[in-house]
Write a protein that binds this ligand. Structure first.
Ligand code: A2P
Length: 268
C-alpha cells in the first residue's frame, strides 16, 4: 500500500526513493536538466540509468533516465526532453526546487566502463538527450585512468540544444580536481544538423565521409585502439553500430566485454 512520507506532502509508493528537486535549468522548449537529492543507499556505476517517476493522479509513472551526474557526486542530475503530451515529461517539465521526484531503487545499463575491453581512445557517440550517460562518464576519474583520449560527440538539430554539452566541458575545465585529471584528454565534438554551426551534419555521415576524423585530427577507427559507446535514437544506434562493425569492432555487454556498447533502454 502507498505510504505517506513526511519528506513530502504526497503519497509515494512503497519501495521507491522519494527525492527532493534542488535545481532546474531549461535549455530550450524541448530540453531541461534537473538535480535532486541522492539517497545514501543509492549506488550506481557512471553511465547507468534509473527509473524516474512522478505521481500522476494516484498512479506513479516511470521512464528510464540515464544518471547524468558521476558516481562520486552527492547529488543526482538528469537531462530530459519535454514532450507536450508525454505521460511523464508533460508533468516532469514543470518541477520546481522542493518538489518530490520518485526513483526506483535499482540502476542498470550497458554504457559502463566494465563492458569495454582495454583500449586507448574512447568514443562516446550521442544525439539529443543521449548525451546524459556520457555527462556522467566524462566526470568520472576512472574514465581517464582507463583511456588516454576521450572523444564525446553530440549531435542535435538546433544549436541551442548543444549548450548542455558545452556547459559540461566548461564545468570540468573549471573544476578543482577534475580539470587536472582530465587535462587535454577530453574532446567534445558538437554538430548541428538543422542550423548553421561550425561543425554540421549527422555523426554517421561525418564518420562515413571522414570529416569527423579530420576535424578531430585522429586516424580512422582501429579495433586495437578505439572503443565506443553509443546513445541516441533507435535509428542512430543501428547506423552508428554498423559503422563500428564495419571497422572491425564488436559489441560487448556487462558479462562479455568487447569493443563497443549500446544503450537500448534509452528512449528519446
Ligand atoms: P537530423 O536533423 O538530420 O534528423 P532527433 O531529435 O530526431 O532524435 O534527432 C537528434 C539528432 O540526431 C538530429 O541532429 C538528427 O539529425 C540526428 N539523427 C537522427 N537520425 C539519425 C540517424 N539515423 N543517424 C545519425 N543521426 C541521426
Amino acid at each position: 500500500a502507498p505510504v505517506k512520507t513526511d519528506k513530502a506532502e504526497m503519497i509515494v509508493p512503497e519501495g521507491v526513493f522519494a527525492e527532493t528537486v534542488l535545481e532546474v535549468q531549461h535549455y530550450t522548449d524541448h530540453l531541461f536538466r534537473f538535480r535532486m537529492t541522492r539517497p545514501d543507499s543509492f549506488r550506481f556505476r557512471s553511465g547507468e540509468f534509473a527509473m524516474i517517476g512522478l505521481m500522476v493522479g494516484e498512479k506513479p509513472i516511470y521512464r528510464a533516465y540515464s544518471v547524468a551526474s558521476p558516481s562520486w557526486d552527492e547529488e543526482l542530475e538528469f537531462f530530459s526532453i519535454k514532450v507536450p503530451d508525454g505521460p511523464l515529461t508533460s508533468h516532469l517539465q514543470k518541477i520546481q526546487p522542493g518538489d518530490t521526484v520518485l526513483m526506483r531503487k535499482k540502476p542498470t545499463g550497458t554504457l559502463v566502463l566494465d563492458a569495454l575491453t582495454p583500449g586507448k581512445r574512447l568514443y562516446m557517440f550521442s544525439t539529443g538527450t543521449g548525451i546524459a550517460p556520457f555527462a556522467s562518464l566524462i566526470r568520472d576519474p576512472e574514465t581517464y585512468e582507463k583511456f588516454e583520449e576521450v572523444i564525446l560527440t553530440h549531435t542535435c538539430r538546433e544549436v541551442a540544444e548543444l549548450q548542455y554539452g558545452l556547459d559540461l566541458v566548461e564545468e570540468i575545465r573549471g573544476h578543482e580536481f577534475l580539470s587536472e585529471l582530465v587535462g587535454d584528454k577530453l574532446k567534445l565534438y558538437s554538430t548541428a544538423t538543422r542550423e548553421d554551426y561550425p561543425f554540421m551534419g549527422r555523426i554517421t555521415d561525418l564518420i562515413e565521409n571522414g570529416k569527423m576524423f579530420s576535424d578531430l585530427g585522429v586516424p580512422a577507427f582501429d579495433p586495437a585502439i578505439d572503443r565506443g559507446m553509443i546513445c541516441g535514437s533507435t535509428a542512430m544506434l543501428k547506423e552508428t553500430k554498423a559503422l563500428l562493425e564495419k571497422a572491425g569492432l564488436t559489441e560487448g555487454a556487462n558479462n562479455k566485454p568487447a569493443e563497443f556498447v549500446i544503450e537500448r533502454a534509452f528512449v528519446g
